[in-house]
Design a protein around this ligand. Structure first.
Ligand code: NAD
Length: 427
């Protein structure tokens, strides 16, 4: 297929040459004349392992033509890939000048070819919402039959970019999946492509920032941890081996599903203790020091969203620190209840009911909250869901029958995310 790749930097050059290898005829558009000249002479203007060999191959076969300005398409069905830069502005925001420039050029190009069908793929890393707004501003006046627009994020790592293109660790397409059938001849050649990898434009846009920030978080955590370890004469090598050891019990994605604040006898205590160990040494460890603070802030967001509902009759399903335990130590659900009942302006004349296992209820009955006249504690056989105007789904799983009734009743529900796969995150 005939493809134009705009922007021949790291991503664009790898994308363009890899698309040639897949059998496409590629025109690479690069605004910097020296880069075009160099590529035309078969010399790379950047270093990337294995890319010079790819360039030699495609130069010989004539499947790659670099130019400063795009020429008209010769085929009626064609593809455009946008790989221009999105550098950072001084205030941390994303500079979209290059992307906007290319959209304007593409608009002009497509206007000149009214008979063509084009698939436009945007690969530059951009904030959520940008694809939709750029499409609206520049391309939405073209008829749907003529133009499909997809955000196709790139996750390559410099130094192993060709391998990453050919075996992507993550592949997704953002936009309307209904164009998949029309362009299946192109999509199915992309390494990593399989059906059902469609997400919204915004998810595909944000995942790039999420992935890289998560990588940065792990690097920063490892660096802080290694320094704390060294301060106490602990081998960071041994620690690394233990932490990166294969854990068969842990599913991919563990601890990545957003939900409620962490609590319990171990996490809270040990996060605090590691921060304390750091504070006692001579260095500063802002990341480790702020973990507990971030957890508290998250708790406050839940509290605010509960208060906003101004419910008068609230049911808490479960109060332990997580599901399948009777342990109430460092339970943030209990903290939620305590904060609510200590805000009389909000709760009076609200009623609050706690549902849990009989063993938990009997232990709670000796806790200070049990003295409040507006708190009731019940077990499952006493539950009547229709009594409540707000249900907080905590660490106690409601049987399926109750969950279905809950849907029918249309009661306000806040899910604290303990039943992770089913969480409906409230933010
Ligand atoms: N470098 C990486 O490792 C990497 C990995 C994944 C995603 N990304 C993202 O991909 C995008 C490109 O990254 P990069 O590192 O290749 O950037 P880059 O700056 O190396 O390349 C961008 C190229 O686009 C050219 N350009 C700008 N405007 C143009 C126009 N109107 N027409 C033609 N060419 C034009 C520039 O001259 C430059 O050569 C960025 O959004 C980046 O965040 C980068």
């Amino acid at each position: 297929m005939e493809v134009k790749v705009f922007g021949l930097g790291y991503v664009g050059t790898v994308t363009a040459l890899s698309l040639c290898q897949l059998g496409h005829q590629v025109e690479g558009i690069e605004s910097v004349a020296e880069k075009v000249k160099s590529l035309r002479e078969g010399k790379l203007h950047l270093f990337e392992e294995g890319l010079d060999e790819q360039l030699n191959k495609v130069c010989e076969s004539g499947t790659f033509i670099p130019r400063q300005k795009p020429t008209s398409f010769k085929e009626k069905r064609n593809v455009i890939c946008i790989c221009v830069g999105t550098p950072m502005n001084a205030d941390g925001s994303v500079n979209l000048e290059q992307v906007r420039g290319v959209f304007s050029e593409i608009e002009e190009l497509l206007r000149g070819q009214p008979e063509d069908e084009t698939l436009v793929l945007l690969r530059s890393t951009i904030p959520p919402g940008t694809s939709r707004s750029l499409f609206k501003e520049f391309l939405s006046h073209f008829p749907k039959e003529r133009l499909d627009f997809v955000f196709y994020p790139e996750f390559l790592r410099e130094g192993q970019a060709i391998e990453d293109f050919n075996k992507p660790r993550l592949f997704c397409l953002g936009g309307e999946s209904d164009c998949e059938k029309k362009w299946i001849d192109f999509f199915q050649l992309l390494p990593g492509f399989s059906q059902n990898l469609w997400v919204s434009f915004e998810s595909a846009e944000l995942i790039k920032y999420a992935q890289n920030s998560y990588n940065a978080l792990r690097i920063t955590f490892a660096n802080e941890l290694g320094t704390i370890a060294s301060s106490y004469g602990v081998s960071h090598e041994e620690l690394y081996k233990l932490m990166s050891g294969h854990n068969e019990n842990e599913k991919p994605g563990t601890y990545l599903k957003p939900g409620f604040s962490y609590g319990g006898p171990c996490l809270s205590k040990e996060v605090e203790a590691l921060a304390w160990l750091g504070r006692k040494s001579t260095h500063e460890f802002p990341l480790i020091n702020e973990i507990a603070n971030s957890n508290e802030r998250h708790f406050e967001r839940f509290l605010t969203s509960i208060e906003k509902l101004e419910a008068k009759n609230i049911l808490f399903c479960g109060v332990t620190f997580k599901e399948n335990t009777d342990d109430l130590r460092h339970s943030f659900v209990l903290s939620l209840i305590e904060r609510l009942i200590n805000k009389p302006s909000y709760l009076v004349p609200a009623k609050l009911t706690i549902l849990d296992r009989p063993m938990v209820i009997s232990r709670l009955k000796s806790a200070p909250i049990a003295e409040k006249e507006f708190i009731r504690m019940i077990s499952l056989d006493e539950l009547t869901l229709g009594d409540y105007d707000l249900i907080i789904k905590g660490p106690f799983s409601l049987p399926n029958g109750n969950l279905e009734e809950l849907k029918r009743l249309k009661v306000n529900v806040i899910d604290l995310g303990f039943h992770k796969e089913t969480t409906d995150f409230p933010f």
